[in-house]
Design a protein around this ligand. Structure first.
Ligand code: AKB
Length: 316
């Protein structure tokens, strides 16, 4: 990667990835884009930033040509719960944006990354040790767009030789930017509320296991995957990646080690609970480990220590 364009740069992943890429590759070599342009964000003020609606293929192409980029990191998408509330918009944005980006990657011979998700699995997928290659029949619009995106990644690689790379992200936990409209968002909110109110009401039920990962591991793995030699990669659609499989009560127990009075209660949201139940409990990440050395640094204990410390420093 020498010159990189990122879409959705103000989102949960984008805001941290952009800063890390600027640090590693230089401010002049990272073109951050988003549909919003808040003047108080470091992503906007600390380097190159361009406003971009990813459904506008002409502007996307103009920016790729203006900055002569060689790598495209396409993050702009709606998350699972919002996509379920607005399925047509989710299809138009998630698929329209991805197709525009892939076409430009084909025309300009760009290296390409876009994330898939554990949402690409469905109720018929094996729930535990979910294999890299398995049944993918999701029952959400988010999942439909993620499986379609994986197929497009394969297609553009096989048909046109575009160097497509991807992972199936689990729930991502971060202290910088809040996620918006995901099913796994409870695992972020719980830390903010623990420090603010010593209590949290979870919209995901007790005993519901999902894969999760700390954002610093997610950012590092994107860079590691993008820098891996092309011939090492067998799965062009998306690699399973995860750092832990947790239920709300597991996070509760870890938080209580720091805040003994912390209280977790439940008010289950039937829509997000149904989505969570259609996803795996714990996926098998051996292909990512073997093919490009995926090795996350944060387990639940280490992540909880760091989250609470970082949030304390911010005095939220
Ligand atoms: C969501 O919950 O929608 C995302 C995801 C797992 O893809 N965090």
């Amino acid at each position: 990667m020498k010159k990189i364009i990122i879409t959705g740069a103000l989102g949960q992943i984008g805001s941290e990835l952009t800063m890390k890429l600027r640090e590693l590759y230089g401010k002049d070599n990272v073109v951050a884009t988003d549909i919003r342009e808040p003047k108080d964000s470091k992503v906007v003020t600390d380097g190159i930033f361009e406003q971009l609606d990813v459904t506008d293929a002409d502007r996307m192409k103009a920016l790729v040509e203006k900055y002569e980029v060689d790598t495209f990191i396409h993050l702009a998408a709606l998350l699972s719960a919002v996509a379920e509330a607005k399925p047509k918009l989710a299809w138009d944005l998630n698929m329209g944006g991805l197709l525009n980006a892939l076409e430009i990657a084909r025309e300009h011979n760009l290296k390409f990354f876009t994330p898939s998700s554990i949402g690409a699995f469905g109720p018929e997928t094996p729930k535990d040790q979910t294999p890299q290659v398995t049944i993918q029949r999701p029952t959400t619009m988010y999942g439909v767009t993620k499986v379609s995106g994986e197929l497009l990644g394969d297609y553009y690689f096989q048909k046109f030789g575009v160097d497509t790379r991807s992972v199936r992200f689990p729930g991502l936990i971060s202290h910088e930017t809040l996620p918006g409209g995901g099913t796994t968002d409870y695992a972020v909110d719980i830390y903010f509320e623990a420090l603010k109110n010593n209590a949290y009401t979870s919209f995901i039920g007790k005993g519901t296991y999902m894969d999760m990962m700390y954002m610093s591991d997610a950012v590092d793995l994107i860079i590691q995957l993008m820098e891996a030699p092309s011939e090492q990669l067998k799965c062009r659609n998306a690699y399973n990646v995860s750092a832990m499989s947790v239920a709300p009560e597991d996070i509760e127990r870890e938080i209580q080690k720091h805040l003994p009075e912390f209280k977790l209660t439940y008010e289950v949201d039937p829509v997000r609970q149904a989505i969570a139940e259609s996803w795996p409990n714990a996926i098998d990440t051996s292909a990512a480990q073997e093919e490009w050395g995926f090795s996350p640094q944060f387990d639940l204990e280490k992540m909880t220590n760091d989250m609470l410390q970082q949030l304390n420093n911010k005095e939220i």
